[in-house]
Design a protein around this ligand. Structure first.
Ligand code: ADP
Ligand code: MG
Length: 355
């Protein structure tokens, strides 16, 4: 049977962090880095999977015999497990993955892997799945099989976002809109070199704390707390719950305003929102680390930068900067070298891409 090749990009979230599992708003863009999945259907029901990025090991399993192994192949097993649960038929296959989305750096290598693999499966086995359904299956695989209770942003971004428009997504309704980036805006992404793992505990703790805060406020999801009416009520909660809720509620408001800024070309205010979002993640949600805070502080002092913030789930990862178009490469090189001098970390520039 013929081989199929499919790919999916990583993403940089412009703003709207930890809002998706509260059914709020997010604003991600695709990045040029992507995962490429090459898939060859087999005559039997075996799956053999291999990744260019992780070791020489070929993982094998039988469709229907998926079992968590606490290894990257769990993302693939998760997909075939969810497909079976939904009654969608596929046969065995050999899968090869090759990705230049850095792993655990906040650009969502996991969703790029899932969506690239799903696209390859859709093409190879003629599955009638929309791009939104594909994202839903990928998210369910990550939540229910891999065991990382992530929201839907990353998979929707990998499935639907482009590079010169931000995907404004309502994660409750899954309605989305492509918001073009103004021509005078350039995005810069710098990796702190501190890697995180989303299947790890901190993300889970934040999710639980903010869900408790929602219960204390008498709502199902923090999406339902409107900013102007409820800030007093939020501030009256026990301190940790107050901070968690305040981040999600103010962050949702910032996403809505950022969308307006993009449409109006107001990069100054967009930049302020980036800085405010970072402060909220640092002080209220407590998901930044000193290395990432330093990158944002260095950005603040750099001419030509409108704003900067950590992007992605946190506890390491990358920062995104909004800068004047055409100045991205110089600004990134400047900040990255200062960062390396001060920390000894690499400070890899992920955007603009040099190759
Ligand atoms: P992020 O999605 O932000 O990069 P995650 O912790 O959610 O971070 O996902 C990273 C994990 O995804 C890796 O530890 C690995 O298991 C898996 N992964 C991503 N890309 C690949 C790849 N190219 N090959 C194998 N596994 C990958
Ligand atoms: Mg991920």
């Amino acid at each position: 049977m013929p081989e199929v090749r499919a790919e999916a990009p990583g993403r940089v979230n412009l703003i709207g962090e930890h809002t998706d599992y509260h059914e709020g708003f997010v604003l991600p863009c695709a990045v040029p880095q992507r995962c490429v999945a090459t898939l060859r259907p087999r005559d039997d029901r075996r799956v053999r999977a291999q990744s260019e990025q992780i070791g020489d090991e070929v993982f094998e399993y039988e469709l229907g015999g998926e079992q968590r192994r606490d290894a990257w192949v769990d993302y693939v097993q998760g997909l075939t497990w969810v497909l079976a649960k939904r009654g969608i038929q596929v046969g065995g296959f050999d899968l090869h993955l090759d990705s230049d989305v850095p792993l655990g750096s906040g650009l969502s290598s996991s969703a790029a892997l899932e969506v690239a693999t799903m696209r390859a499966l859709r093409a190879a086995f003629d599955l009638e799945l929309t791009d939104v359904e594909l994202a839903r299956i990928a998210q369910r695989a990550e939540v229910e099989f891999v065991g990382a209770p992530v929201g839907i942003m990353d998979q929707m971004a990998a499935s639907l976002a482009g590079e010169r428009a931000a995907l404004f997504l309502d994660t409750r309704s899954l309605e989305f809109e492509q918001v073009p980036l103004p021509a005078d805006l350039e995005l810069v992404v710098i990796n702190s070199g501190v890697a995180h793992q989303h299947a790890g505990g901190d993300y889970v703790t934040r999710r639980r704390e903010s869900e408790e805060a929602a219960r204390l406020l008498g709502v199902d999801r923090l999406r339902d707390v409107s900013l102007d009416r409820r800030l007093d009520e939020i501030n009256a909660l026990p301190s940790t719950h107050a901070r968690r809720a305040r981040h999600v509620v103010t962050e949702n408001a910032r996403v809505l305003e950022a969308r307006t800024c993009l449409l109006a070309g107001d990069l100054k205010r967009l930049g302020q929102l980036f800085f405010e979002s970072h402060a909220s993640m640092r002080d209220d949600y407590e998901i930044t680390v000193p290395a990432v805070d330093l990158l944002v502080d260095l950005s603040r002092r750099q001419p030509g930068v409108f704003g900067a913030r950590m992007t992605g789930g946190g506890f390491g990862g990358a920062v995104v900067l909004a800068v004047t178009a055409g100045s991205g490469a110089d600004i990134a090189a400047n900040i990255s070298s200062k960062y390396s001098n001060q920390t000894g970390n690499d400070g890899q520039v992920l955007l603009p891409r040099l190759t």
